[in-house]
Design a protein around this ligand. Structure first.
Ligand code: ARG
Length: 458
């Protein structure tokens, strides 16, 4: 018997039951649904909308049902449509008539909005912890490499020397922003929809502030129509997760490049690599590739839900049942990617020598050579021209700036002196960039210190 069967003269078709049902994917909301119902009935009792003893009886029934679900003693039924009606049906069968009072002054529309908000808030806390672990590992590895010189790239062409620490800390900044955005999304989500009813609240004297307080919400949704039809909080979260996946995919891409034979900057631990079924020599960065690939999937979740929500008239529409799989998929994906990515990063070996060698060829110190001339009084644009000529000379004679003789330098311009070699050494190039946010050991150490402070205060 359907909980809403009264108005119907015949049974729904089996196809309808199957198509309409969401229990196969919203079953995971059982805890939020029960906790929300407990807060609701306690408030109903307090407001004398139902008797306090009835509220207590329903609460006890709900908590014992929660335990039964967690002990795997309960099977949900597709015919009961969704988690909300499954729980209510089960409760009626377990504690009898009194359970039928639970849904007083409530609709599934505000109930599902509540469950989703509670779920999103809880998952944000979990994801923040995973992100915290990742940031900690980034800082740990970065601390070991404040003197590990590598080429920095633009256009994937060697540009200027930096340190591996400086490079890693760029990712720290991205994940720090992600962390902060999750906090903002949490605050946006922390607004209680329960009490909105189907769309126009109710005539019962509900105490919404009491329920909000009991469930840990910061406030009550200010408009009941918006309360039941808003899914911005799901979209905010999936957008945050899309950015996070984008950052992980860029990092993965670099890890894939760096572990190639051509770069050979790092070696991934065997525990986080895979082999080939045909080529015995292969060691593949599958984990990084999968993380990179799963980024597209989370973008798909974002686009999918945006498309679902587009043009929906107010207030609730069944289309919105589609919010769940998109939101759950994005959450599940990030929760799979973050821990394995963190472990992969934590165990990789860094090839300092190859990094240094790569920074040495390729004229990464050409800007510093130009700056050397500027410090001797030449205008930067003229210095750029002189060094450009030097680089052309080196390219045609297969030489580097470091191994030109002073005669060769002076043949291009007499201003060069013996101190040019010191000025363009990679270590000078890196450590003279003491500007805040720069690659010098001094600047990166200050950044690492700020990062520690940030992490310790979370
Ligand atoms: N399973 C539904 C969902 O996820 C619950 C709300 C149903 N409300 C309704 N009026 N049919 O959106």
């Amino acid at each position: 018997m359907k909980l809403w069967g009264g108005r119907f003269a015949k049974e729904t078709d089996a196809l309808t039951d199957h198509f309409n049902s969401s229990i196969s994917f919203d079953a995971r909301l059982y805890k939020q649904d029960i906790i929300g119902s407990v807060a609701h009935v306690i408030m109903l009792g307090k407001q004398s909308i139902i008797k306090e003893e009835e509220a207590e009886e329903i609460k006890a029934g709900l908590l014992s049902l929660l335990e039964a679900i967690e002990n795997n003693e309960v099977t949900f039924n597709e015919k009961a449509e969704d988690i909300h009606m499954n729980i209510e049906t089960l409760l009626i069968s377990r504690i009898g008539e009194v359970a039928k009072k639970m849904h007083t002054g409530r609709s599934r529309n505000d109930q599902v909005a509540l469950d989703m908000r509670l779920y999103v808030m809880e998952e944000i806390c979990t994801i923040k912890e995973l992100l915290h672990d990742l940031m900690e590992v980034i800082v740990k590895v970065a601390k070991e490499h404040t003197e590990t010189i590598m080429p920095g790239y633009t256009h994937l062409q060697r540009a200027q020397p930096i340190t591996f620490s400086h490079h890693l800390m760029a990712y720290f900044e991205m994940f720090k922003r992600d962390y902060q955005k999750l906090g903002f999304t949490y605050d946006m989500t922390s607004s209680l929809p329960l009490g909105s009813g189907a769309l126009a609240t109710t005539t019962y004297p509900l105490d919404r502030d009491h329920v909000a307080h009991a469930l840990g919400f910061n406030e009550v949704c200010g408009n009941s129509i918006d309360g039941v039809s808003d899914r911005d909080f799901c979209l905010d979260l999936i957008y945050n997760l899309s950015l996070m996946m984008m950052h992980l995919s860029r990092f993965s891409e670099e890890i894939i490049l760096w572990s190639s034979h051509e770069f050979h900057f790092i070696e991934l631990d065997d525990a986080y690599s895979t082999g080939s079924s045909i080529m015995p020599q292969k060691k593949n960065p599958d984990i990084a590739e999968l993380v990179r690939g799963k980024c597209g999937r989370v973008y798909g979740d974002l686009m999918g839900l945006l498309a679902t929500m587009k043009s929906l008239p107010l207030a609730y529409n069944k289309d919105m049942q589609e919010d769940k799989e998109r939101t759950f998929d994005a959450i599940d994906t990030i929760k799979m990617c973050l821990p394995i990515f963190t472990a992969m990063l934590n165990t990789m070996t860094v090839r300092k020598d190859t990094m240094y060698k790569a920074a040495s060829g390729g004229f990464t110190n050409a800007t510093d050579a130009a700056d050397y001339l500027v410090k001797k009084g030449m205008a930067f644009r003229d210095a750029h021209e002189v060094i450009g000529k030097l680089v052309l000379y080196c390219v045609t004679h297969s030489k580097d700036l470091e191994n030109l003789s002073l005669d060769e330098y002076q043949a291009i311009h007499p201003i060069f002196e013996e101190d040019i070699y010191e000025a363009i050494s990679l270590i000078t190039c890196v450590n003279e960039r003491k500007v805040k946010g720069g690659p010098s050991k001094e600047a990166v150490t200050a950044h690492l210190h700020a990062a520690d402070t940030f992490l310790n205060n979370l």
